[in-house]
Design a binder for this molecule. Structure first.
Ligand SMILES: [Ca+2]
Ligand SMILES: [Ca+2]
Length: 195
């Protein structure tokens, strides 16, 4: 038995192992545990100072789950699974400094609002987490009265102002709504990508 043959054998074994692992990976991805047929959406824990966002998010997530017919929403006592959402923070950060050069104080013309959250989908039948993710979403707003006329692509989808149905409302309020909608869509896609 020469070294070349041994090396070849080892490489073959490594390939076989890779093959087995990749099969395992692909077969588990795309299948939700068969016992999970319903979900209870827990009260959202809001650690930020934005009092209204938890009810906005709860409404968005609930409506999306119902509209897209993803999984049955039920009460806690009969649910197969539970969705735990924690909003950890809502922060405003300057996005662009001093666009207006005549302003010697470098006034902030554009802000970015960032919602930082943790989302857990809990298996109430077998215990454990179906997923646990930290999710960050954001939107940009300026100093105009309405984000429908600020010349900013607030949600970053390449549609601006009147060309974008999502862009309306007072700047900060509109940006919060957009960030909440993004978070809701992200949560739904996390749930559906477990199927
Ligand atoms: Ca847009
Ligand atoms: Ca806009």
């Amino acid at each position: 038995m020469n070294m070349g043959w041994i090396k070849k054998e080892m490489i073959n074994k490594v390939y076989i192992l890779f093959f087995i692992f990749s099969c395992g990976f692909y077969s588990t991805k795309g299948s939700l545990p068969a016992h999970i047929k319903s979900i209870y959406i827990n009260s959202i824990i809001n650690e930020s100072s934005e009092a209204t966002i938890s009810s906005l998010l709860l409404e968005d997530v609930t409506n999306s789950l119902i509209d897209e017919n993803i999984i049955e929403i039920v009460g806690q006592s009969v649910a197969n699974s539970r969705l735990d959402i924690t909003i950890m923070s809502v922060k405003d950060a300057p996005n662009i400094y001093g666009l207006n050069t005549s302003d010697e104080f470098n006034q902030v013309d554009e802000w970015k609002i960032v919602i930082d959250s943790n989302v857990k989908w809990i298996d109430l039948i077998n215990g454990g987490e179906l997923f646990s993710k930290n999710i960050k979403t954001s939107a940009v707003y300026g100093t105009s009265a309405d984000i429908n006329s600020d010349g900013i692509d607030n949600d970053g989808d390449n549609l601006i102002d009147s060309n974008d149905d999502d862009e309306f409302g007072p700047p900060r309020e509109g940006a919060i709504r957009i960030s909440i909608e993004k978070l809701s869509r992200n949560i739904i896609s996390q749930i559906t990508s477990t199927w």
